[in-house]
Write a protein that binds this ligand. Structure first.
Ligand code: CP
Length: 296
């Protein structure tokens, strides 16, 4: 297994191995085995990124990889070179593996076919199709708190429709028998395939939930037919002290980032004792280090 396109293509045994190694990496960080010595990895990000790109770069450098940072804006793509020719050009330069983020849904499947068997590849987000390493680091973080996820109750709040994190996370939670997942937010952001969903809150409606996974409004993936009244969203669904008090939520708060403070969440909530948001970021570094170690 050296092509990570989506969680659905991965065996649970493999994810177990990733989680086991993540835990070992976390314990001995920054002392990691230099599995990347003599190998070159290329990071290609067609969309902005802080967490994913820099954690992969940090992990790869600590593992001893030579890291090439491909910037589409400053490449020959600007002179009309195609995506396919860009990949072939980088392969000719003896790149051993790629981490790629791209706005096109499902482009990871095309990329997988373009690459030879010995070249590794990690999908760092393709449209709203998948973001497998985000799903892995989120579920790893949940397992740190609960170990077994079978009885854990997860509510995903906000812009579910435009999220590539949600499909990866749901797939992975299912693999760990976590089936009590529901959705909260305006109907315009949660299509019928995400069920059960709720478009209003009531007193203590979240009192029995263990995890509230909060999503930002991903405007960059809105289509012309999509619409949202942001003021109403903030009024009804912003996770702030009043929201927590009304809904009775007392579990852990998670967010894949980046957060839009003052929109879907407030600073007070993001910085509260129950927030796992920075733990998710830290685990992302360890998990991506482990994943590169296993597939490179
Ligand atoms: N969660 C996530 O993918 O964050 P970045 O866009 O900062 O990489």
């Amino acid at each position: 297994m050296n092509k990570i396109t989506a969680i659905s293509n991965l065996q649970k045994d493999f994810i177990d191995q990733v989680f086991e190694l993540t835990s070992k990496v976390a314990k001995k960080w920054p002392n990691v085995e230099k599995v990347g010595t003599g190998k070159t990895i290329c990071l290609l990000f067609w969309e902005p990124s802080t967490r994913t790109k820099l954690s992969f770069e940090h992990a790869a450098k600590m593992l001893g990889f030579n890291v090439l940072d491909f910037s589409p804006e400053h490449s020959s793509l600007k002179k009309g070179e195609s995506f396919e020719d860009t990949i072939k050009t980088l392969l000719a330069m003896k790149v051993d593996g790629f981490v790629i983020r791209h706005p096109e849904d499902n482009i990871s499947k095309k990329i997988e076919k373009l690459l030879p068997a010995n070249v590794f590849y990690i999908n760092a987000g393709d449209g709203n199709h998948a973001h497998p390493t985000q799903g892995m680091l989120d579920v790893y973080t949940m397992k740190e708190k609960f170990n077994e996820l079978k009885e854990v109750k997860v509510t995903i709040l906000g812009d579910v429709n435009h999220s590539r994190v949600v499909p990866s996370q749901i797939e992975l939670l299912k693999k760990y028998s976590c089936l009590d997942i529901n959705y909260l937010g305006p109907d315009s952001l949660i299509s019928e395939k995400f069920s059960p969903s709720f478009s209003t809150t009531s007193e203590n409606c979240l009192a029995d939930r263990d995890i509230l996974f909060i999503l930002r409004i991903q405007k960059e993936r809105f289509k012309d037919s999509d619409s949202l009244n942001e003021a109403n969203f903030i009024n009804d669904f912003q996770v702030n002290d009043n929201f927590l008090s009304k809904t009775g939520f007392n579990g852990y708060l998670m967010h894949p980032g980046p957060m839009n403070i003052g929109a879907e969440i407030t600073n007070e909530v993001a910085d509260s004792d129950k927030s796992l948001i920075l733990r998710q970021v830290e685990n992302g570094l360890y998990l991506r280090t482990a994943l590169l170690t296993l597939i490179a």
